[in-house]
Design a protein around this ligand. Structure first.
Ligand SMILES: [Zn+2]
Length: 279
């Protein structure tokens, strides 16, 4: 198994995963999506809420705010030495105390949440929570804990993760030579992945065509000579991960392998204890 990074931005990560089956690739996708622990607000003590939103709706909005997570320091609350009561190793307190003394309507945002751990804060200070009219107040205490998205989607470690097959396209030049309609196939490629030097020359694929090809097969269907063959590699996948910024990409990948290995070990252990009756 190998990984080749093709794009690494702040919030977008693309890489090629090679020498794996589609089952493994999908297991990897599912682990990143639902198994990696991240912080999210799980409990709110509402002290004063003059906003137009009910407490329940406000707390739901708070739970959806992505929060930067540190997996080295924090434990799951249920596994913590405090016994689940909540301590500095399993829970972060975010307080909000806003009073609108102006004549205008103001917007309370994620930037108004004050954390007791400066590293564990919302990924952006500009996420809207609620509007407050003149003279209104909003005061609450919120507690963020670690959780997994298989229990609740608010604990999702990425905004989206998807993979596609690695495309393999071949052009048979001998068939192109005979063609009188050069080149009808490249006109049908919505991603503009073919190029020709002159009107008379044979089409060529652009160098990074595989990054953009979505295997629509339009070139294959429209080529009058049947000169283009579209296939894909069964053991090579192009992954795209969109992050909301709660965890760095390196941590996401390392943690996903760690969880994957734990699952395999657990499976082996369970197999050992299994008694199979053969009739
Ligand atoms: Zn604790």
């Amino acid at each position: 198994m190998s990984i080749e990074i093709i794009e690494k931005g702040d919030r977008l990560y693309r890489f090629v995963l090679s020498d794996v089956s589609i089952e493994m690739a999908n297991a990897f996708r599912r682990i990143i999506l639902i198994e990696i622990p991240v912080m999210a607000i799980d409990e709110v003590i509402m002290l004063r809420n003059d906003s137009p939103l009910y407490d329940e709706i406000l707390t739901h909005r708070l739970a959806m705010i992505p929060i930067i997570t540190d997996l080295k320091i924090y434990n799951f609350q249920q596994e913590c030495s405090c016994g689940g009561a909540g301590c500095s190793l399993c829970s972060v307190t975010l307080t909000c105390d806003v009073k609108n003394d102006t004549d205008e309507i103001i917007l309370v945002t994620s930037g108004d949440l004050i954390s007791n751990d400066p590293k564990i804060v919302p990924v952006s200070p500009n996420i809207p929570i609620v509007k407050l009219e003149h003279g209104s107040s909003l005061t609450f205490e919120a507690f963020a804990v670690l959780g997994r998205a298989k229990d609740h989607a608010k604990f999702q470690s990425v905004a989206a993760i998807a993979y596609k097959f690695y495309p393999k396209i071949e052009i048979d030049e001998r068939k192109c030579e005979k063609c009188t309609q050069k080149c009808i196939a490249l006109k049908y490629c919505s991603k503009e992945l073919f190029e020709v030097e002159t009107e008379e020359s044979n089409p060529k694929l652009i160098p990074d065509f595989w990054k953009h090809c979505n295997l629509c097969e339009a070139c294959y269907r429209e080529c009058p000579e049947g000169a283009i063959k579209v296939e894909w590699d069964d053991n090579k996948f192009i992954f795209s991960i969109e992050s909301d910024g709660v965890l760095p990409f390196d941590t996401l990948l390392n943690k996903s392998w760690e969880i994957f290995r734990e699952k395999i070990d657990d499976f082996k252990e369970q197999l050992k204890n299994l008694e199979i009756e053969i009739e």
